[in-house]
Ligand binder design. Structure first.
Ligand SMILES: Cc1cc2nc3c(=O)[nH]c(=O)nc-3n(C[C@H](O)[C@H](O)[C@H](O)COP(=O)(O)OP(=O)(O)OC[C@H]3O[C@@H](n4cnc5c(N)ncnc54)[C@H](O)[C@@H]3O)c2cc1C
Length: 272
């Protein structure tokens, strides 16, 4: 006899806000005292394009607080994956950082976002420039076969203050390389550049500085970026987006959108 309560009884579903699905946490991994990743079930109603974000919240309290989160898993994954900051007194993440396997999470069904393949016009190479949790949308895109169909070379850059904050990036690149669906493509086409700004590592410095000094292209053994050959996606802090926009505009790049795809697009990793 099954004595477990049914998960979607009538009274339970009454507590789920409109347009929201309730998913179950299946995996949690803490990377540092500021960063963690988690996976949850995925209801068939939840559809998205690689690079998009959804609003997530936690049950409990009179009105759940929802925050934007990029989905880090690819569109073909049976589950959803997210990568999160832990803000000690953050309205959502002070609680979210304590989630465990079996806990519930709310997800609004509507996904949105600009760092998707459709907002860029065709070219040879795709650069994904990220800082901190801004790597999240790219973790999905590097596991998506369409990314490799559209571009000959895919370069993911991730810049953090400390070396330990780069670990999630190494994990997702490793997962992409060993994936049965995209593994061969990722091994052939994906390059990962990880840099730090406040601790010594293999490559030090902001990516904007490394682009300006040509160091990035020496590392990649390729020519500098041009609007003819390259497309750029940027996701990170407001300051990083501002610096990147100035740099790319000076190099002749033009910002794209859903209405008018072009040579670069940006997404905020958080709001300050
Ligand atoms: C389009 C979009 C996509 C996002 N995707 C992600 C994601 O994939 N993962 C993620 O962790 N966050 C993401 N965020 C930020 C997220 O929505 C929340 O701000 C974050 O979860 C903290 O929520 P909170 O309620 O605890 O604190 P909040 O009140 O939201 O934030 C408090 C303060 O913490 C700082 N902060 C918030 N988020 C971050 C962050 N990610 N990195 C560094 N500092 C931060 C800011 O200074 C902010 O003012 C995204 C935001 C936007 C706009």
């Amino acid at each position: 006899m099954n004595l477990k309560p049914l998960p979607n009884t009538k009274s339970d579903s009454l507590d789920i806000p409109n347009g929201v699905v309730r998913e179950t946490i299946t995996h949690v991994k803490h990377y540092t005292d500021r960063l963690f990743a988690f996976r949850c079930s995925r209801s068939p109603a939840l559809r998205f394009r690689a690079g998009e974000f959804v609003m997530i919240g936690l049950p409990g309290g009179s009105k759940p607080i929802f925050r934007a989160y990029s989905i880090t898993s690819p569109t073909w994954d049976e589950e959803l994956e997210f990568y999160s900051i832990k803000v000690p007194d953050g309205p959502l993440t002070s609680r979210l950082q304590k989630i465990k396997i079996g806990d519930f999470i709310f997800i609004r069904k509507k996904a949105a976002g600009t760092v998707v393949l459709d907002t860029l016009t065709p070219a040879k190479n795709l650069y994904m420039l990220s800082t901190g949790t801004g790597i999240a949308p790219f973790a999905s895109l590097i596991r998506e076969p369409e990314t490799y169909e559209k571009f000959e070379r895919v370069i993911l850059t991730h810049t953090c203050r400390l070396k330990s904050e780069l670990d999630y990036g190494f994990d997702v690149v490793n997962t992409a390389h060993n994936d049965p669906l995209v593994g061969e493509l990722a091994k052939a086409k994906l390059q990962h550049i990880a840099t730090t700004t406040r601790e010594n590592s293999a490559i030090n410095g902001r990516i904007t500085t490394l682009i300006e000094s040509n160091r990035l292209f020496e590392e990649l053994n390729c020519p500098s970026i041009t609007p003819i050959n390259d497309r750029i996606m940027v996701c990170g802090s407001m300051e990083f987006l501002k610096d990147s926009k100035i740099l790319l505009a000076n190099l002749g790049f033009d910002e794209g959108s859903h209405r008018k795809p072009s040579s670069f697009v940006v997404e905020r990793a958080f709001v300050d």
